[in-house]
Structures are given as structure tokens and as C-alpha cells.
Design a protein around this ligand. Sequence first.
Ligand SMILES: Cc1cc2nc3c(=O)[nH]c(=O)nc-3n(C[C@H](O)[C@H](O)[C@H](O)COP(=O)(O)OP(=O)(O)OC[C@H]3O[C@@H](n4cnc5c(N)ncnc54)[C@H](O)[C@@H]3O)c2cc1C
Ligand code: FES
Length: 274
Amino acid sequence: MDHNTYIPKLAKIIEIKEEVGGARPIKTFRTQFLSTNNFSFHSGQCAMLSVFGKGESIISISSSPLLKDYLQFSILKMGRVTSSLHEMQVGDIIGIRGPYGNSFPVEDWKGKNIIFIGGGIGLAPIWSVLNTALSIKKDYGDLMLIYGARTSKDLVFQEELEELRKRMPVHLSIDVEEPDWKEFVGFVPQNVTDKKPSPKNAIAITCGPPIMIKFVIKALEGLGFKDEQIYTTVENKMKCGIGKCGRCNIGVHYVCKDGPVYSWAEFKKLPQEY
Ligand SMILES: Cc1cc2nc3c(=O)[nH]c(=O)nc-3n(C[C@H](O)[C@H](O)[C@H](O)COP(=O)(O)OP(=O)(O)OC[C@H]3O[C@@H](n4cnc5c(N)ncnc54)[C@H](O)[C@@H]3O)c2cc1C
Ligand code: FES
């Protein structure tokens, strides 16, 4: 009998890092499959994670596909499944099925400058594509990260961001002033306008809350970026992840199969119900 696509592969949690505490906690989980790892994916794709007895959640893979040792997920605690994941310990077993969805066309971007623009947990899908581009940096032009969160405590990957500064420009922001904060204060779209990345031979990728994405795109348009130069992810609610249940659709498009990655030019052609 063919493998049933709904049956997850078992994976062990090998590392857990608390990224953000407080009321909207985020943890990063590294996992390894119990049996041979033939899970091949591309940056931008997601996986359906299961906590047995609780349910499943679709989560972006935040590690680069070039890293073969583990799969990484950064998860904001929201409801039943993500809360159960946050209670898990190193050594616990979860289910993983996928990978699902399309991916960032990184091959087509070789030779181009890439501006990564994220807000909050939106850095998770960006982190995969950013690290892929960074691993083969000579194939790309200039790389730049513009990333923000509500407060300095809400920024994810803080240690990694400090390391990243040694290799590419990193422009952080927080929404409101804090005593020791030396970088930009304001919303992410304002930081984009402030840093003025050039649209020349460039691609901009933006992931985060829908309201942030909307104004980041306006800011990019103001700087001269064309629709074809802007990419984003659409995070509609999902159930099956494989184009069967109709939970994620925009018109006839299934975000779980046709997305979650869209260029702004493609996205504008979708029915405007999103
Ligand atoms: C393509 C895609 C990629 C994603 N990647 C990540 C990721 O990398 N990290 C991460 O933390 N989360 C990610 N999410 C969101 C994540 O799937 C949901 O937060 C999670 O499924 C909630 O499950 P739950 O059982 O914990 O919450 P539930 O009990 O199902 O719901 C709790 C609350 O969360 C809301 N919610 C559920 N799903 C979503 C959603 N998709 N968008 C907004 N609100 C939602 C519900 O309306 C409800 O208010 C992604 C979603 C999509 C569609
Ligand atoms: S999640 Fe079921 S069709 Fe997309």
C-alpha cells in the first residue's frame, strides 16, 4: 500500500531555546527524525507538526535546507497545539508531515541584492531563506536585514542577529522608546523608508503580521520597487496542508499548495477577499 500522506514521521526534539518570554512566548525547537531523514525541502516551505492527542499546526521551517542535521521551527504560543509544544521537553517525540507549499525562488535571485524585512515571528520563514543565501553569499549581491518587534524582548534569534551583523547589515527596530535602545524606534515600514534600500537589481522579501506587510509594501513602492521585486508569505489558517479540505483557499487558489510564497504581482491577481 502507498504511504498514507496524513501519517506523520516521528521526530525527537533535540534542542529547545526560549526566544521570547512574557505574554506572547516564542520557542525555537530543533528536531531530528527517528528513522532515516529523507525529508527534503526548500526555503519558504512549511511542515505540519503534531502533538499526539492534541492536534496539528502548520509551521514554517526556519532552518536552511542546506543544513542536514536537524529541522528547526520557531513557534509562538497561540492555542491548543502550540501551547502543548511549548510544554514539551528535549527528548519528547512529535509528528512531522510535509514539506508543504511552494518556496522562495532563490535560484532565480542569484546575482541580485536581497532585502529581508520581518516583523515578530515573521522572521522564522525569512531565517531559512536568509541563511541559505548567506551560505552561498558569493552567488548573491548585497544582503540586508530589516527586522522589528514590539519591544526589544520580543525580538527572536537575538544572539544569532549579533553574529549576523558581522556578515551583513542588520537594522533592528522596536515600536516604542526603551532606555538602552540605540537603534530605530518606530514601526518596521518606517524603518524601511528610513534605511532606503535601493530597488536596483534587488528583491525584497517581507513576512510578518498582515498589517505590517501592507505598509512595508507601500514603503517599498515608495522607494521604487516594482510588484515583481517584492515577495511575501500568506499565512491563512490551514487544516490538511495538501489541497483537500478547502480551509486555506483564496478563490480557487489553495494557499497550502500554491502558496504560501507569492510575489506581490501574483498576489494582486488573487481575489481581493484576503
Ligand atoms: C503557512 C503558515 C506558516 C506558519 N508558520 C508559523 C511559524 O513559523 N511559527 C508560528 O508560531 N506560527 C506559524 N503559523 C501559525 C500557526 O500555524 C498557528 O499559530 C497555529 O496553527 C495555531 O494552532 P493552535 O492549536 O496553537 O491554536 P488554535 O487553538 O487553533 O488557535 C488559537 C488562536 O490562534 C489563531 N490562529 C490559528 N491559526 C492561525 C493562523 N494561521 N494565523 C493567525 N492566527 C491563527 C486562532 O484563530 C485562535 O485565535 C503559520 C501559519 C501558516 C498558515
Ligand atoms: S489546508 Fe486544506 S486545502 Fe489547504
